[in-house]
Design a protein around this ligand. Structure first.
Ligand SMILES: Cc1cc2nc3c(=O)[nH]c(=O)nc-3n(C[C@H](O)[C@H](O)[C@H](O)COP(=O)(O)OP(=O)(O)OC[C@H]3O[C@@H](n4cnc5c(N)ncnc54)[C@H](O)[C@@H]3O)c2cc1C
Length: 512
């Protein structure tokens, strides 16, 4: 075994041996490869700084009790612990900003129970939705948490981020679909949160709603080890029409009329703006290019029993036609929707805006925004990225999309995709990107939105504005953190929570 030579703090004497005693040597990883593999997430970061965030050790526990023991050892020695599942989170949550021990829960990927009568299953939090649904298919059931990262994000990471699902308008998002879960608190205590005294109740009014507190905390309040999930019948039918529009405004009107149509099988609708359509047109290997007069696209999606989906689909088609939509045909509609989990690989096709071939990385900034505010947010966000592009060739604007979060169309997951030539990201370009991220978050807040609908808001730039979004709630967050994690070992450096243990750094000037 080798120990770290590139990170601080190095683990104190006794920690490595204690971990090996609990987990066995094969589940305590110290090699450079194992540690560097867990030093980052897909969100772009300057390559020359990767070594700043390498963990000292990686552990692969197999049970909740082993996780609890690891946490107790870390607590006793004041060593940071970072929970990690799929490592696909886009806000650096699983990045060990202070070194320490990465607790990778992928070995805990068992399907422990499928309860056919109550329509639940209980799983280890290291399982992916893809794997779980392969097992459930044999019973005619699905677990419908369906992010674009469906094959590679895992149930524990979905809890850690309070994830957003592409078909959430029909089935709900992670917080609605997870009924209860077991959690190792930052002190090593093991609890179960959820409604009712058991694992499988969906609604209780007793006491505090702790399930919600322990979701979306980015691993700062504990490690989920087992979850009980709500299951649905595997849908008989899927309908995913794509429509073209000559301008953004008509597409914007149409997407909301679809959400307002009251179709029970409606699972969501998404609008791609002109820059997004342009980007898709550039990548003729991955997309069927749309003619130049297509300036915006809308897709709706419906799931359910065949007779219901057929009737609902007829209505959605009628609503879209009345809103000026042009149907793009079955091939594009079915093909594009079928590829919804694969499309983020397209940056690897390697195009920059000036036509050079370069391995680009993809980054998205997301926010929750009301429908009425979407046109203004779109204008302001593109303007921010345009200014960035004007200064640095390493950034490109890959367009925006707007996706219903709920079945009523109240708010939309609003995302701008920015292409970044990560290898060329020097300190100056990084500082400009961080400032742009702060500006993007400020726009969302000014328009009454949230900094993030989906990924969380831990990264440099956006994180400065979290206290502004939460107001007095942020102080309560600090109190909770201090109470539950008295030594500050659980994923330190995230959400500015260090200030729970000492004087607050200056707040950003000027508000939003
Ligand atoms: C191509 C692509 C598409 C994406 N599309 C979507 C999308 O449609 N919807 C969406 O919501 N997100 C999306 N994401 C973001 C990402 O997949 C989600 O945030 C996902 O929920 C992260 O899961 P993970 O298993 O990869 O978690 P990780 O990245 O490993 O961890 C995420 C956070 O949760 C914490 N955590 C991990 N495991 C646990 C645990 N067991 N207990 C407590 N905390 C834990 C980590 O410390 C970290 O802060 C996408 C990402 C990519 C790369």
């Amino acid at each position: 075994m080798t120990t770290s030579t590139v990170t601080t703090p190095r683990v104190p004497d006794g920690v490595l041996g204690a971990l090996v005693d609990v987990l066995g040597g094969e589940h305590v990883l110290t090699s450079r490869t194992a540690r560097f593999n867990r030093a980052r997430v897909p969100a772009p970061f300057p390559v020359h700084r990767w070594r700043e965030r390498v963990p000292d050790l990686v552990v692969l526990p197999g049970t909740a009790e082993e996780v609890a023991e690891v946490v107790r050892i870390a607590n006793a020695h004041g060593v940071p612990i970072v929970p990690r599942d799929g490592g696909t989170g886009l806000t650096d949550g699983a990045v060990p900003e202070r070194g320490g021990i990465v607790v990778d829960v992928k070995r805990m990927n068992e399907v422990k129970e499928i309860d056919l009568e109550n329509r639940t299953c209980t799983v280890g939090t290291g399982i992916s939705m893809l794997k779980l649904n392969e097992v459930l298919a044999g019973h005619g059931l699905i677990y419908p948490d369906n992010p674009a990262s469906y094959p590679c994000s895992l149930v524990g990471g979905r809890i850690g981020t309070s994830g957003w699902s592409l078909i959430g308008a029909r089935y709900g998002h992670t917080r609605d679909l997870v009924l209860s879960f077991e959690l190792v608190l930052p002190t090593g205590r093991v609890i179960r949160v959820g409604d009712g005294g058991g694992r499988k109740v969906s609604k209780s009014s007793s006491g505090y709603q702790l399930k919600h507190l322990f979701m979306g905390h980015q691993g700062t309040l504990g490690i989920a080890t087992e979850a009980t999930l709500k299951l649905y019948p595997k849908p008989e039918a899927e309908f995913s029409p794509f429509w073209a529009f000559a301008d953004f405004d008509s597409a914007h009107r149409c997407v909301q009329r679809l959400a307002h149509a009251g179709v029970a099988t409606f699972a969501g609708a998404v609008l791609f703006d002109e820059r997004k359509v342009e980007y898709l047109r550039r990548d003729d290997e991955a997309y069927i290019p749309q003619p130049a007069d297509v300036r915006a696209l809308v897709c709706a999606v419906a799931y359910g029993n065949e007779d219901e989906v057929r009737a609902g689909g007829t209505r959605l088609m009628r609503v879209a036609r009345a809103a000026g939509a042009r149907y793009l045909g079955d091939e594009i509609s079915q093909g594009d929707w079928a590829a919804r989990h694969d499309r983020y690989a397209t940056p690897l096709h390697g195009r920059t805006r000036s036509g050079q071939v370069a391995p680009m990385s993809w980054h998205c900034e997301d926010a929750a925004v009301n429908w009425t505010e979407l046109p203004a947010v779109r204008r302001e966000w593109h303007a921010i990225v345009d200014r960035l592009r004007g200064r640095f060739d390493v950034f490109d604007d890959w367009g925006m999309f707007f996706y219903t979060s709920a079945d009523t169309g109240v708010d939309y997951l609003t995302e701008i995709d920015v292409g970044i030539w990560e290898q060329e990201l020097d300190d100056e370009a990084w500082a400009a990107w961080v400032a742009a991220k702060r500006d993007i978050a400020a726009v969302a807040l000014r328009h009454g939105g949230s900094i993030s609908a989906c990924h969380g808001a831990c990264r440099e730039g956006e994180v400065d504005l979290v206290p502004l979004e939460l107001g007095g709630g942020y102080d309560v967050m600090l109190d909770i953190k201090r109470a539950l994690d008295p030594r500050g070992v659980m994923n330190p450096g995230k959400y500015g929570l260090d200030r729970a243990y000492g004087p607050s750094p200056a707040e950003p000037e000027g508000g939003v």
